[in-house]
Design a binder for this molecule. Structure first.
Ligand code: NAP
Ligand code: MG
Length: 452
C-alpha cells in the first residue's frame, strides 16, 4: 500500500502520512456500503433524522479540532476553517429534517389512486476537491444520507484529514458502520472506481471541468446518475450608479478569499468606464490592506496556495503579464502568492479567459449594460457573479441576463446551504444544496393502485 505525505501549505513542512486505498480496498469499501444499504434505507424516518442530528452535534463538539486540522492541511484561514466546520454541522441539521419530509405526490387518475415515492439510489460516491474539503463533502453526504443512501467519499489526495475525521465522528455519533465511509486514495484509482463499479449508483463530483467531463463520459457507460460542480470564471459587474466605494472595498474578498482557490471567485471585474479610475483607486487601497499572513492567526484574511504545483500554475499566468498592483505576502517557506490585479482590454488574454484558481484578478472597463452582459457571458463557464448597481430594474435585467447559476446583487454571497447551488454551461450539471437536494439522491417511483 502506498501513502501520501500531507504538507502544511503555509510552511511547506510535512504534517502526516495518509495511506492510499488500492482498487481492491475501494471495492471492498463499496461492497460494505452496499451491504449496509438495506438496513439504512429502512431506518424509520424519525430515527434517521435523529442520527443525522446526533452527527451534527458531534461535529459541533469537534468544531475547533476540525478547523485547526484544516488550517494545517489546506492553509485555510482559521476564521474560514471555523465557518467551514460549522457549515458541515448546519448542513447535517438542515437535511436532518428531510427524512420526515421526503414527500411524494398523489396525482389524480381514473380507476384508483396514483402515488409517487422518492426512493434512495443505493451507494452514492462523492468525489471532493482540495479547495473546500469540509463543505463540499457535507453538501454531498448530508442530503444523500438523509435520502436513505449509503455514501462512499473520496477526499482529494492533498486534503484528506478533515474528511477522515468526519468519517470517525459519524461512527461516534451512531451512524451505522458502512453507511458513511471515507476512502482516501488517488483520483485515478478510487475516484475512477466510483465511476466504473456498478454498485455505485450515482457520482457526485466537484472539481475541474476536465476531470468532470471524463467522469460524465464514464458514467454514460452505465447510465449512472451524475452531478457535476466544476470550474468558474465569474464576473463582478460594477455600474457607475453603484456605491463604487463599497464595490471596490468588497471586490478583493470576492476573489482572494481562500487565496482565489474558489470556484465562485469573481476573477473578472467589469467596471463601467466612467467610474473605472475611481474604482481602481478604491481597489488598490483594499488590496494593499488585505492581511495575507499566517492562516492560523485570527486576523488572517488570506493564506497560501495549496501546493508548490498550484503556485507554479498561478505564477505561469503572470509570466509576461504586467500587474497593475499587488498586495503583500509573507517572505516565507510555503506556497505564498500576493493578491495580484491585472488590467486588460483583451478578451483573449488567458488571465481573462481561464480559471487561474489563485489570487489573480483581471479588471476590464465596459461601456453600457448590454456590453457588460455580453462580456460577462463571453465564457464557457457560468457559476456565479455579482452585480453592483443602485438601479433595481437594471439589477433585475442583468441578473436575468447573465448565464450563471448563482448571482448576488450588491453583495458577493453565493453559497447558502438552504438555497440551490450549481453551474450553467461548463460549470456543471445539476444542483446541490437547497430544499430539493435530497431528491437528487433518489429515484422517483410512480405507483398506480386500482380500486376495483
Ligand atoms: P480535480 O483535479 O478535478 O480533482 C477533484 C477530485 O477528483 C479529487 O478528489 C481528485 O483526486 C479526483 N480525481 C482526479 N482525477 C480523477 C479521475 N480520473 N476520476 C475520478 N476522480 C478523479 O480538481 P482539483 O484540482 O482538485 O480542484 C480544482 C478544480 O475544482 C477547479 O477547477 C475548481 O473550479 C473546481 N471546483 C469546483 C467547485 C464547484 O462547486 N463548482 C468547487 C470546488 C472546486 P486527486 O486528489 O487524487 O487528484
Ligand atoms: Mg487535479
Amino acid at each position: 500500500m502506498s501513502s501520501f505525505t500531507v504538507i502544511n501549505p503555509a510552511t511547506a513542512q510535512p504534517v502526516t502520512e495518509v495511506p492510499l486505498a488500492t482498487l481492491e480496498e475501494a471495492d471492498a469499501a463499496i461492497a460494505r456500503a452496499q451491504d449496509a444499504f438495506p438496513a439504512w434505507r429502512s431506518v424509520a424516518p424519525g430515527e434517521r433524522a435523529r442520527l443525522l442530528r446526533a452527527f451534527a452535534a458531534v461535529v459541533d463538539a469537534h468544531l475547533e479540532e476540525l478547523a485547526q486540522l484544516e488550517v494545517r492541511n489546506a492553509g485555510h484561514t482559521i476564521g474560514n476553517a471555523r465557518w467551514e466546520a460549522g457549515n458541515v454541522r448546519d448542513c447535517l441539521n438542515y437535511y436532518a429534517a428531510a427524512p420526515e419530509r421526503l414527500f411524494g405526490r398523489q396525482i389524480p387518475v381514473a380507476g384508483g389512486i396514483d402515488v409517487t415515492f422518492h426512493e434512495p439510489l443505493g451507494v452514492v460516491g462523492v468525489i471532493v476537491p482540495w479547495n473546500f474539503p469540509m463543505p463540499i463533502a457535507g453538501w454531498g453526504f448530508a442530503p444523500a444520507l438523509a435520502a436513505g443512501n449509503c455514501v462512499v467519499l473520496k477526499p482529494a489526495e492533498l486534503t484528506p484529514l478533515t474528511a477522515i475525521r468526519l468519517g470517525e465522528l459519524a461512527i461516534e455519533a451512531g451512524i451505522p458502520e458502512g453507511v458513511f465511509t471515507v476512502i482516501p486514495g488517488k483520483g485515478s484509482v478510487v475516484g475512477e472506481r466510483f465511476v466504473t463499479n456498478p454498485l455505485v449508483r450515482k457520482v457526485c463530483f466537484t472539481g475541474s471541468t476536465e476531470v468532470g467531463k471524463r467522469i460524465m463520459a464514464g458514467c454514460a457507460d452505465q447510465v449512472k446518475r451524475v452531478t457535476l460542480e466544476l470550474g468558474g470564471k465569474s464576473a463582478n459587474i460594477v455600474f457607475a450608479d453603484a456605491d463604487v466605494a463599497k464595490a471596490a472595498a468588497t471586490a478583493p474578498y470576492a476573489v482572494f478569499d481562500n487565496a482565489g482557490q474558489d470556484c465562485c471567485a469573481r476573477s473578472r471585474i467589469l467596471v463601467e468606464r466612467s467610474v473605472y479610475d475611481e474604482f481602481l483607486g478604491g481597489l488598490e487601497k483594499a488590496v494593499t490592506a488585505l492581511r495575507v499572513i499566517d492562516p492560523a492567526d485570527d486576523a488572517s484574511e488570506m493564506g497560501p496556495l495549496i501546493s508548490a504545483k498550484q503556485k507554479e500554475t498561478v505564477l505561469g499566468y503572470l509570466d509576461g503579464v504586467e500587474a497593475a498592483f499587488t498586495g503583500s505576502a509573507p517572505q516565507a517557506e510555503g506556497f505564498w502568492v500576493p493578491p495580484t490585479v491585472v488590467l486588460t482590454e483583451d478578451t483573449t488574454a488567458p488571465v481573462w479567459r481561464e480559471e487561474v484558481f489563485g489570487p489573480v484578478v483581471a479588471v476590464m472597463p465596459f461601456d453600457d449594460e448590454e456590453h457588460a452582459v455580453a462580456l460577462a457571458n463571453d465564457t464557457e463557464y457560468g457559476l456565479s457573479g455579482s452585480i453592483y448597481t443602485r438601479d433595481l430594474g437594471r439589477a433585475l435585467r442583468v441578473a436575468r441576463g447573465v448565464e450563471s447559476g448563482n448571482l448576488s446583487v450588491n453583495s458577493h454571497s453565493s453559497v447558502r446551504y438552504w438555497t440551490p447551488f450549481g453551474g450553467y454551461k461548463q460549470s456543471g450539471l445539476g444542483r446541490e444544496l437547497g430544499p430539493d437536494a435530497p431528491n437528487a439522491f433518489t429515484e422517483e417511483k410512480n405507483v398506480f393502485i386500482a380500486q376495483d
